[in-house]
Ligand binder design. Structure first.
Ligand code: CUA
Length: 262
């Protein structure tokens, strides 16, 4: 029984999630060791510096340099952890982004607003329309420039649908305040900031229907700011995408009389 299982973490559905759970376990074991060590030290001090054993306070205090050496030791250990473990792990994660781009990823923009999520899909052509944030009409608006042909088959959805097995790159943003887009079963989260599209990526390994939540206090409706995510089969995703994209193209042609003749 590992600490993550014991504390009831939701089941993992992402390719990289096992590593995250392992790290959470390691941190819990480390904290348990620190807790036991410091508790023993506390009781030792209570006993060692009891007033009945030490009638008079020492005006010199500690004379040896042991504590200085210990502090230098702590600095060295922390430097090893940062340079030897944290930096290489982060490098691996960021280097993989280049790989992921080659593996036919699904790309979706996630737009947070008070208090829900909106998703902007690039449509059948795989290209997002040009984004111009000055065109904002309403909260959660993806701000697609209607003049850009790449955007004519783009569509939006209040539910995140992604295919199982393919890598997924989400570009996270916001139209009002800072939110945080979190998918616990995918072991991933990212701040949603106005004016920025920040990528996060993962690969779902099983079909699933779950909630996505906001993990940053963002106003009175924060607790209700959750949405639905569906990981579906590749075939179901392709047909849904084709249908939505064709619908968006139709609507845009109807709006633009010049296009209907093409
Ligand atoms: Cu959005 Cu909390």
């Amino acid at each position: 029984m590992t600490p993550t299982k014991l504390l009831g973490i939701p089941e993992n559905f992402a390719e990289h999630g096992g590593g995250v759970d392992h790290l959470i376990d390691v941190v819990h074991y480390f904290m348990a060791a620190l807790f036991v060590g410091w508790t023993l030290f506390f009781f030792y001090c209570c006993f060692r510096f009891w007033c009945r054993r030490n009638k008079k306070a020492s005006y010199q205090g500690v004379q040896s340099h042991v504590s200085t050496h210990l502090e230098i030791g702590v600095v060295i250990v922390e430097a090893i952890m940062l340079l030897g473990f944290a930096f290489p792990l982060w490098t691996e994660r960021t280097d993989r982004y280049a790989d992921i781009q080659q593996q036919d990823p699904v790309r979706i923009r996630v737009i947070g607003y008070q208090f829900a999520w909106n998703y902007h899909y690039p449509g059948a052509d795989g290209k997002f329309g040009r984004i111009d944030r000055h065109l904002i009409q309403t909260v959660g608006d993806p701000c697609i420039d209607p003049a850009d042909p790449n955007g004519w088959d783009d569509y939006t959805s209040p539910v995140l649908k992604i295919p199982v097995g393919r890598p997924c790159i989400l570009q996270v943003t916001s139209t009002d305040v800072i939110h945080n887009y979190a998918i616990v079963p995918m072991r991933i989260q990212q701040d949603a900031m106005p004016g920025k599209d920040i990528p996060m990526w993962f690969r779902p390994i099983q079909k699933l229907e779950t909630y996505v939540v906001c993990a940053q206090l963002c106003g009175e409706g924060h607790a209700n700011m959750r949405g639905i995510m569906e990981v579906i089969s590749e075939g179901a995703y392709d047909s849904w995408e084709a249908e939505q994209s064709a619908g968006a193209s139709e609507r845009n042609k109807a709006k633009e009389p010049g296009l209907a003749q093409q």
